[in-house]
Design a protein around this ligand. Structure first.
Ligand SMILES: O=C(O)CCC(=O)N[C@@H](CCC(=O)O)C(=O)O
Ligand SMILES: [Zn+2]
Length: 343
């Protein structure tokens, strides 16, 4: 058995819950290609730079634009059409959900990291896969050459709803750490125009790599959920270009950062669904970043009402259909970039 060299994504989907074998091959230029599992590929240049880069897609299988981007980058690497300068781990995280055309099969994988996959006495294959992905990422960062390393993780998503900010990113809670200008520049050049600052730990993939490995890690929302072949790839061209530059260039140069180029939002509240009887007080077509006025009703969770507590409080990721106990809505409040400790 070997992996399919001309279409790694298809081979991954054909082995949706993983394989026990691993594979290694070399490209003509000596670049190492190691496949640790279905959807798990490590690219190791002969003379690798000092970056260890994780690019993940398909944590949610219906978010196809990032999957298509990573598919094309990987296939170009395997075909010798895309140079790689830094160690790069590509992950198609949840192949079974790709095949199902759904966000997940049994459980939202992006709520299973930082060990959450092993809590609550629940077992399912998404939990097993999340645990394996944690192991692969750990192995990837730990197997890096000695010396000062720069760790990155871009977990690429698209959003269920429309968004008044088409591309935005979630900066995981940094526990007092400083935000990095270079990351704001990179995300800006990917087309990101808004950054959400999480103010508490989560069980998302990007929080795991940020907290566990000190990676510059982000959830990057690149657009809207669409079927394979339905993505206008011109809308993702800037992001794809930056990702290709990231893996292939020693250093990335960016134009100077201007605060007005990216809006910064504090996550004000996380509203979880705790009751079967949960509803949002606005229509399904109300877009991410829609502002609400103080006092307006946002959601009912059983008989608990959630009202807007700040002027211009904006909704993010509204989803009344989440599992009991999971996040049904974030609200954010815009802050001045000047308020950030930037390094
Ligand atoms: O559009 C939505 O409702 C969700 C889109 C999505 O999958 N977003 C991520 C955000 C992860 C984070 O907060 O860092 C998710 O909900 O898992
Ligand atoms: Zn997602």
């Amino acid at each position: 058995m070997d992996f399919q060299h001309d279409d790694f994504l298809q081979w991954t989907r054909d082995n949706e819950w993983g394989v026990t074998d691993s594979f290694h091959t070399q490209l003509v230029d000596g670049t190492g290609i190691s496949v640790w599992d279905s959807g798990v590929m490590v690219v190791t240049p002969v003379q690798a730079g000092d970056k260890d880069i994780v690019l993940s897609a398909a944590v949610h299988g219906n978010e196809t634009a990032p999957i298509e981007i990573c598919r094309d980058v990987i296939n170009d690497i395997l075909a010798g059409k895309q140079a790689v300068k830094h160690r790069t781990l590509f992950l198609f995280a949840n192949p079974a959900s790709i095949n199902a055309g759904q966000r997940f099969v049994e459980e939202n994988m992006n709520r299973l990291f930082s060990g959450a996959h092993s809590e609550g006495g629940i077992r399912n294959r998404e939990r097993e896969r999340a645990a394996k992905i944690e192991q692969y990422v750990t192995r990837f960062y730990q197997e890096a050459p000695q010396g000062e390393r720069r760790r990155y993780h871009y977990d690429l998503h698209t959003a269920i709803r429309d968004s008044k900010r088409e591309k935005f990113a979630v900066y995981p809670y940094l526990h007092g750490g400083a935000y990095k200008i270079a990351q704001l520049q990179f995300l800006r050049d990917c087309g990101v125009t808004a950054i959400l600052l999480n103010q508490a730990p989560t069980t998302t993939f990007s929080y795991f790599t940020s907290r566990q490995f000190g990676a510059d890690a982000f959830t990057v929302e690149l657009g809207k959920v669409r079927g394979f072949g339905e993505n206008d790839r011109s809308k993702f061209a800037a992001a794809e270009t930056q990702l290709r530059r990231l893996i292939s260039q020693d250093e990335l140069t960016h134009a100077a950062f201007e605060p007005e180029q990216i809006e910064v939002y504090d996550v004000a509240r996380t509203i979880n669904r705790t009751q079967q009887d949960f509803s949002l007080a606005f229509a399904d077509d109300v877009a991410n970043f829609t502002p609400f006025n103080k006092g307006e009703l946002l959601a009912m969770d059983g008989d608990k009402a959630y009202h807007v507590e700040h002027d211009e409080e904006r909704i993010i990721f509204p989803n009344a259909n989440v599992a009991i106990g999971q996040r049904a809505l974030l609200t954010v409040i815009k802050i001045s970039t000047d308020q950030l400790t930037l390094v």
